[in-house]
Design a protein around this ligand. Structure first.
Ligand code: SAH
Ligand code: SF4
Ligand code: F3S
Length: 383
């Protein structure tokens, strides 16, 4: 049991991929991955910090496990570890390890150290994880491939740049060789992951020029024998371009699905959010994408109750959703995150109003989705 590890993941697909990576790191050190925490000597939660609810859920479930299973090594890993740091030892007195987003490669070492006392490892959130051969994959047919880490956008509400560090792109050679290996193992379906894939920009290498970016990477992945479907997430409206839409149309393996988070339909709120586009700009972008790519499915993310969101602002989000008729939309209630720009603004939309607006948009989207002939989306980047 000592050399067995249980990993539970919270948050986005990037975190899921990190958990797989962590699994691979432990397997390389002779550990076994187990599905039940009761069977594990090491219990790790790879956490999310994007909303308070995600953090609280992880902390309370770990507290419960600690109560049920004694004499294990417990670790909180990833974004909430990076955000909450040492404070987690106070919240969870039985906790042995707090390991930040850039230190996950060292986890087997940290487990050893934890036998002699608590371990805090948060130093290098800007680390570019080493190229590991795909030793462990959860799925036999489909795989996630991280093409970049971090984010430089600093949207006012968002904690990701603070917990995942500066945006850095993996080398195209590394990504292509990983996908070739995956194809060799029988994987047919790949999803390229990044917080803002459209700003993928690796350091110039070999025959690749400085102009090599996400569109060029898509073209290269499209050429890999054995791969049949290519998905990607997430795109940012300020960086999505006509060149991307043309590539999506022309590359036969690329799925005709664009996840393009809108967040708000009010220009005033978009500005406060520091999103870098307007309602009209977003509308034009989607219109262009739909004109270029026949049968395109468009999905989005929306936040209700951002500081200062009045009835008029909310009405603008609702009316834009009515116009756009997204295939699917994830609707979130604004959650203030310590350290972000928005956390300095008063969280002045009451919880009652946030819940009401959340329900209004959920109901609206349900009726729109029902009315559309498309199949249901399987893009779920937030759990
Ligand atoms: N990089 C991606 C998404 C990251 S987080 C992007 O830019 O779209 C996924 C979604 O969580 C965001 O699109 C946003 O809608 C939501 N989100 C992020 N921070 C939030 C916060 N503080 N409160 C509520 N929702 C938030
Ligand atoms: Fe957060 Fe904005 Fe970066 Fe997305 S683009 S991860 S919302 S800061
Ligand atoms: Fe959450 Fe971290 Fe992803 S904060 S959304 S797990 S990058």
């Amino acid at each position: 049991m000592k050399k067995s590890v249980y990993i539970r993941t919270f948050g986005c697909q990037m975190n899921n991929r990190d958990s797989e990576f962590i699994g691979g790191v432990f397997i390389d050190k002779g550990y076994k991955l187990v599905d039940l925490p009761g069977e594990a000597g090491v219990i790790l939660f790879n956490t999310c910090s994007v909303r308070a609810h995600a953090e609280e859920r992880a902390i309370s479930s770990m507290g419960q496990l600690m109560h049920e299973h004694k004499n294990r090594i417990y670790g909180i890993v990833g974004c909430a570890a990076q955000a909450l740091g040492e404070g987690l030892f106070k919240r969870l007195p039985g906790l042995n390890i707090v390991c930040g987003t850039g230190e996950i490669t060292r986890l087997p070492e940290l487990v050893k150290e934890a036998e002699n006392g608590r371990v805090l490892a948060l130093e290098d959130k800007d680390a570019l994880l080493p190229e590991l051969k795909p030793t462990y994959r959860q799925d036999k047919d489909a795989a996630y491939v991280s093409i970049m880490r971090g984010c430089d956008n600093f949207c006012a509400y968002c904690i990701v740049p603070y917990v995942r560090g500066r945006e850095r792109s993996r080398s195209a050679d590394g990504i292509i060789s990983e996908i070739r290996d995956l194809a060799g193992q029988g994987i047919r379906d790949v999803t390229l992951l990044g917080q803002n894939v459209n700003s993928y920009r690796p350091k110039a290498e070999g025959r690749r020029s400085k102009a090599y970016g996400f569109v060029e990477l898509l073209c290269d992945v499209n050429k890999i024998d054995g791969i049949e479907k290519i998905n990607f997430m997430t795109s940012h409206p300020k960086d999505a371009t006509g060149a991307l839409f043309k590539a999506m149309k022309n590359l036969d393996k690329v799925r005709k699905h664009l996840h393009l988070p809108l967040q708000s339909g009010s220009d005033r709120i978009l500005k406060l959010m520091q999103r870098g586009y307007t309602r009209g700009g977003y509308f034009d972008l989607i219109s262009e994408a739909l004109a270029v790519i026949p049968g395109l499915r468009v999905t989005t993310d929306i936040i209700v109750g951002f500081p200062g969101e009045g009835e008029e602002d909310f009405g603008k989000t609702r009316s834009l959703m009515e116009e756009m008729k997204f295939d699917s939309a994830y609707i979130f209630k604004y959650s203030p995150r310590a350290g972000t720009e928005a956390a300095k603004m008063p969280d002045d939309v009451s919880l009652r109003l946030k819940k009401e607006r959340h329900k209004t948009l959920l109901d609206l989207q349900r009726s729109i989705s029902k009315g559309k002939a498309h199949e249901k989306t399987d893009c779920c980047h937030c759990t």
